[in-house]
Design a protein around this ligand. Structure first.
Ligand SMILES: NC(=O)c1ccc[n+]([C@@H]2O[C@H](COP(=O)([O-])OP(=O)(O)OC[C@H]3O[C@@H](n4cnc5c(N)ncnc54)[C@H](OP(=O)(O)O)[C@@H]3O)[C@@H](O)[C@H]2O)c1
Length: 271
């Protein structure tokens, strides 16, 4: 495990990561960027972290640096900092390709990762590309890690970071319906969340069974699961999830296209 972790971009995700790292027990020194000083200070006090004087100090003080700004800010935030050989920069900003970051972060090694907010409770699956011991050890403190074989498949896997948000939307709808039919609020919320966890628990417990086959055992003809699925299918609500994945991947590619890659930078320099 890396001895010190820096975070540039202390927003929502950074808060979840810091919480998870501390919950995992004795951990690394954590150094935070000072922009949004109030948030950094509160996090530092709550989770025994330090706020650096500026981003350059984050890079100087940390072995591994997580870049957690919004995508449009990422390359600019990383540029001009004192990166050194042997250091690892982990970019969690969706859609920022390695080719856009490597020229500004060299000679540090650049890795892309997609953790999600349940890192705070040690339950975040994290997609990683490329695999590397420092990034793997860091994210394994926050949940299961999946290294992808190439950047294209990493970007497809990153869409699941968005899917995670859509799941909240679906659960919120069903919770509201349940509450609206007289189930006490807390019971409705717990029941819906536990039901979703039950489904995912079964899927993870039985890797040899296809999801289609598992669904088939639940879909009793004439039963209530079947009736609800008929409505969802009539409304194209099931296939709409695939459409949402395609739209999210498209947005990822748009973000990537906004960042010049190494070849474009070299070309600009030559002009
Ligand atoms: N939220 C999630 O759960 C989640 C999950 C997976 C991946 N991500 C990725 O993580 C990134 C951050 O998401 P978020 O929701 O945490 O966004 P956020 O709450 O907006 O946090 C980003 C932070 O970075 C700061 N920042 C911008 N430029 C900076 C710079 N040069 N130096 C230091 N700090 C700088 C921003 O400050 P200002 O507000 O002042 O600009 C803001 O506080 C995004 O790229 C997103 O794709 C997020």
């Amino acid at each position: 495990m890396t001895a010190s972790i820096g975070i540039i971009g202390v927003g929502h995700l950074a808060g979840y990561l810091v919480e998870g790292l501390r919950r995992a027990g004795d951990g690394p020194v954590i150094v935070l960027s000072p922009r949004n000083a109030g948030k950094s200070r509160v996090l530092a006090e709550r989770f025994d972290a330090r706020v650096a004087a500026d981003n350059a100090h984050v890079v100087e003080e940390a072995d591994t640096v997580i870049l957690a700004t919004r995508p449009a800010q990422a390359v600019q935030a990383a540029a001009g900092l004192p990166w050194r050989a042997g250091q690892v920069l982990i970019c969690v900003a969706a859609g920022i390709p390695l080719d856009a970051l490597a020229p500004v972060a060299g000679p540090a090694t650049v890795v892309r990762a997609m953790p999600i907010s349940c890192a705070a409770i040690g339950e975040s699956p994290t997609s990683l590309y490329p695999d590397g011991p420092e990034a793997r050890a860091l994210f394994e403190r926050l949940g299961p890690v999946h290294a992808l074989p190439d950047e294209t498949s990493f970007e497809a896997a990153s869409v699941l970071g968005a899917f995670y948000g859509w799941v909240y939307a679906m659960l919120a709808e069903v919770t509201a319906w349940t509450e609206g039919h007289g189930v006490p609020s807390r019971t409705a919320r717990d029941l819906v969340a536990e039901t979703a966890r039950g489904a995912t628990g079964m899927i993870l417990d039985r890797p040899g069974e296809s999801l289609a086959a598992m669904l088939e055992t639940l879909r009793t003809p004439g039963g209530i699961t079947n009736r609800g699925l008929e409505v969802l299918e009539e409304k194209e609500a099931v296939t709409a999830w695939g459409a949402a994945c395609r739209a999210a991947l498209e947005r990822t590619r748009q973000n990537a296209a906004k960042e010049p890659n190494r070849a474009q930078r070299n070309q600009e320099r030559e002009l």
